[in-house]
Each structure stands twice: as C-alpha cells, then as structure tokens.
Design a protein around this ligand. Structure first.
Ligand code: G4P
Ligand code: NA
Ligand code: NA
Length: 189
C-alpha cells in the first residue's frame, strides 16, 4: 500500500537493528485518514471471504481493526491483556511472550464473543515474532472458530512471525512489508 509506505518512509524511525517507531500515525498519535484507507484496503482484500468478525489484541491493533470492521460491516473483538489471571469458565486465555518487552502477558477473550464456526479475520498493527498471532490462534482453536486470514499493517518479513501463519496455511496480507533496515532506512520487500 503506497500511501502507507510513504508515511513509513517519511515519519518512521528505525531504532537499533529491528524496531520501527511509527508513533506519529499508528502507535501513539493516530491518523484517522490513513487508518480509514487501511480499513478500506483490508476490506477490499477480504471482500469475498464472508468474514463474520474481526479479532485483534489491544492496544495498537484496535485502530486499524475498527476501520476494517466498519468497512466490512462486522463486529470487532479485541483480546484484553492481563498481567496475571486465573482461567475461568467465561474466558478463553492464551500466553503471549513479548520479545520486545521481555515479559509474558495473558490475553483473554470472553467466550460469549466467539462462536464455533465463525469466520474470523485477524488484524494487527505489527507482525514481528508472531507471538500475538500465536496467542490469538490458540484462542481461535479453543473456540473452534475458523480463521480465514490475517491482515497486518506492517510486517517485518525478516522476523519469523509469518512462518506461524505459513505453517498453518493461513492467508497473510501485509499492507507494508519490510525486508530489512539498512543504515537507519526502511527497505520494503
Ligand atoms: P509480535 O507482535 O509479532 O508478537 O512480536 P513481538 O513479541 O516482537 O512484539 C511485542 C510488541 O512489540 C507488540 O506490541 C508488537 O506490536 C510490538 N512490535 C514489534 N515490533 C515492532 C516494531 O518494529 N515497532 C513497533 N512500534 N512495535 C513493534 P504490544 O506489546 O502488543 O503492544 P501494543 O502496542 O499493541 O499495546
Ligand atoms: Na500489536
Ligand atoms: Na504494538
């Protein structure tokens, strides 16, 4: 998606070897015009896939996911992050290890918001190590929901997250795909 790549090139900052800071339009300040275009693009890509519901993880997945959900005319459910929680009958829960923050969180979704056989589109802001996707997939499995695909705003293709989806044969659509960072610059795939 050219508009997104242009914004990343203009406003993204590469930190260290593998982090892209995009807090001017995605992770802190949010640009609703860009988010709406992202939502439209995700909806276009999955227009013929009879999506019942979009699922993401709080916090940064919510902005792109809500615009995609509005375009597709479906509800959005976001998994909530909890530091520690005891499993209850009402919730699905999965562990998510963050390589960036070096901590394990639990993500939970209330069982009443997922049904067996529902056709789910997963959405997230970044695909890096894929731990968030892994957690969401575990919850989708527990709910016996059917994962139709994953839509990612920014994929860092040099990190292993995409393999988790490849292995399961889940369709992955990344609106911006980063092959590498070189001398502080973003190299798109
Ligand atoms: P994963 O998202 O593929 O599981 O990878 P990882 O464990 O590495 O990511 C942990 C957190 O760091 C996630 O946010 C993820 O979106 C974010 N992240 C990973 N790589 C980058 C990057 O290059 N730039 C930015 N800005 N974020 C990155 P989170 O902990 O779920 O936080 P939230 O922002 O959704 O609240
Ligand atoms: Na995220
Ligand atoms: Na994030």
């Amino acid at each position: 998606m050219k508009m997104l790549e242009n914004r990343i090139a203009a406003e993204g900052r590469v930190l260290g070897t593998d982090i892209l800071k995009v807090d001017a339009f995605l992770n802190h300040q949010i640009d609703p015009v860009l988010m709406q275009a992202i939502g439209k693009e995700i909806a276009r890509l999955f227009d013929h896939d009879r999506i019942d519901k979009i699922v993401t993880v709080e916090t940064s997945g919510i902005a792109p996911a809500v615009f995609a959900a509005a375009e597709l005319g479906v509800p959005l459910v976001f998994a909530k992050k909890k530091a520690a929680i005891t499993m209850t009958d009402e919730n699905y829960m999965a562990d998510v290890y963050s390589f960036t923050k070096k901590e394990t969180n639990h993500i939970i979704i209330d069982k009443k918001f997922l049904s067996a056989g529902e056709r789910i589109l997963l959405v997230d802001d970044f695909l890096a190590n894929g731990q968030a996707m892994n957690g969401l997939l575990a919850i989708m499995d527990a709910a016996q929901a059917s994962v139709v695909g994953a839509a990612i705003v920014i994929e860092k293709a040099f990190q292993p997250g995409h393999e988790i989806l490849d292995e399961r044969g889940i369709r992955l659509e990344s609106l911006a795909k980063i092959a590498d960072f070189k001398d502080g610059k973003v190299i798109f795939a």
